[in-house]
Design a protein around this ligand. Structure first.
Ligand code: BG6
Length: 509
């Protein structure tokens, strides 16, 4: 952690330092993009840190025709390209034998018997004791066939069995809308108990997002100020410089509202707005987040028109390079109406937050990759130091930088050195200096130790969809062209106008 900000006193660990138990992680879609870029590099880093148990195995399960050796090569190339730490030849020799591959079609029940036999053989060789984590890195349509395949091959042990565990990891998006999310949850519940289901939102595994709770509830100076009494408004920005990349098929059907707001931005909002949970236990934390989602004021049609902005990138310049318009990207229809940018104003209608606007925005092809939360405190009254200057003094702003350059900054007003009494904002800045683990490392480890705190519970996912569904319905009832913005800009002008109608402006991260 940062220089002066942490002394040598070791803080109590509320979570972690538990040993990961023996077991097999089976990745459905194990030869896919998510495995290559994220899961396998994360597992390698866990292994480097000694966080993978001695008796463990990783099995890729998917359609590709791969041998164990070929799968190891696939993993190695993912680690070489995407691991946060370089591949170490000595360590690779220990890690590679943990990897196995089973070829299978998710909808063909006979493949699950082959999978079961292979896992049982690995249990005998590697001492993995029958414990299983099934990671569904597959499109939502396959969740049901995969669950029922596991069930009919007798691979799902009940949650009540204290001797072994079966856990399942489900990637976002859970569904396409409220109805489909409910259906997926309903189907999962036929095979798994809620305590066995780990719904991933990788933003919750990011160090700085998790740190929000610590910031708020382990320091006495923030919480007394954390309400409509002292806070004017909150801005949450998740900006990406990248365009749609190679995920056109998925993204063009999803769009930024489903892809980012329904999950990542609402989860971050929960961390900012929630009450102190009763304990640090998974259900207490998730109950507190659920209260926030249920307190979000639903939009009516008129408000959607005024306070939710849909944008799509046109061509432009990103980091000095010419960037194509979204509609010119590969596999995107030239008349696609999908939004790549959303900005909105919402309210958490409870005693603490009544009247405080939360402005959210996210988009692709913005000027830089930057995710942050900015808490704008109320301005000091227009008396004393604030009576003369024009324009008025800037308010205090607490900025939590989620990525990159993770850290915290607080703008305070200070006297400029000199005989005259001149005031200006100065920044108290705190940077994390050590490389944080990747979100997937934290989350995979939590699944293995069975800690659900950072995973979305069924009711939380459905409450988030409930809020988003109103907007989707209004958009579907009167389809309109998204507002085009130049790639490399901060979104359509309507986004700036939306916040300007409240007499405020977006902060530039
Ligand atoms: C994913 C979205 O969940 O998050 C992507 O599907 C997005 O569209 C990504 O690019 C952003 O994650 P990160 O960790 O790079 O901010």
């Amino acid at each position: 952690m940062a220089d002066s900000a942490r002394d040598t006193t070791e803080v109590d660990l509320l979570r972690g330092r538990q040993h990961t138990p023996p077991g097999i992680l089976v990745i459905f879609g194990g030869a896919g993009d998510l495995s290559h870029r994220k899961l396998l590099p994360a597992l390698y880093n866990l292994s480097l840190d000694g966080e993978l148990p001695a008796h463990s195995a990783i099995v890729g399960f998917s359609m590709e025709d791969l041998t164990d050796d070929a799968y190891r090569k696939f993993a190695r190339s993912g680690i070489e390209q995407f691991s946060r730490r370089p591949l170490d030849e000595d360590h690779w020799k220990k890690f590679a034998p943990l990897l196995h591959f089973v070829r299978g079609n998710f909808t063909d029940q006979s493949n699950y018997k082959a999978l079961r036999d292979r896992l049982e053989a690995i249990d005998k060789e590697a001492g993995t004791q029958g414990n299983r984590v099934f990671y569904f890195a597959v499109p939502p349509a396959f969740i049901d066939p995969c669950s029922s395949g596991l069930h009919s091959a007798g691979m799902i042990r009940p949650a009540t069995d204290a001797t072994v565990f079966t856990r399942v990891v489900v990637e976002k998006p859970v569904g396409h809308d409220l109805a489909s999310a409910r259906e997926i949850d309903e189907r999962l519940a036929r095979y798994f108990d809620e305590s066995q289901i780990f719904r991933i939102d990788h933003y919750l595994g990011k160090e700085t997002v998790e740190n929000l709770l610590v910031l708020r509830f382990a320091n006495s100076m923030f919480e007394p100020l954390w309400s409509s009494r002292f806070i004017d408004h909150v801005q949450i920005t998740v900006a990406e410089q990248e365009g749609v990349g190679t995920r056109a098929d998925y993204y063009d059907h999803a769009g930024a509202l489903r892809d980012m707001v329904q999950s990542h931005l609402l989860q971050v909002l929960c961390m900012i707005a929630m009450e102190a949970p009763r304990t640090t236990g998974a259900d207490a934390v998730r109950d507190a987040k659920l209260d926030v989602l249920r307190s979000l004021k639903p939009f009516d049609a008129d408000e959607v028109g005024r306070f939710v902005v849909r944008g799509q990138y046109g061509e432009g310049l990103v980091a000095g390079e010419k960037a194509k318009a979204y509609r010119e990207e590969e596999h995107i229809a030239p008349d696609s109406m999908t939004e790549t940018f959303v900005a909105m104003r919402c309210f958490v209608e409870n005693w603490r937050w009544a009247g405080v606007p939360f402005y959210l925005r996210t988009g692709k092809r913005l000027p830089k990759r930057a995710s942050e939360i900015a808490i704008f405190f109320k301005s000091v009254p227009r008396i004393l130091f604030n009576s003369r200057p024009r324009p008025p003094l800037e308010p205090n702003i607490l900025v939590v930088r989620i990525q990159p350059d993770e850290g915290l900054a607080l703008n305070i007003i200070s006297k400029l050195p000199g005989a005259e009494l001149r005031l200006a904002p100065v920044k108290v800045d705190f940077h994390y200096t050590t490389a944080s683990p990747e979100a997937y490392e934290t989350l995979l480890r939590d699944v293995m130790i069975g800690d659900q705190t950072l995973f979305m519970r069924r009711d939380t996912v459905e409450a988030a969809w409930q809020f988003i569904q109103n907007i989707l319905d209004v958009w579907a009832a009167a389809p309109s062209e998204p507002k085009i913005y130049s790639a490399g800009s901060w979104g359509p002008v309507e986004s700036a106008l939306m916040i300007a109608t409240d007499g405020r402006a977006w902060r530039t991260p």
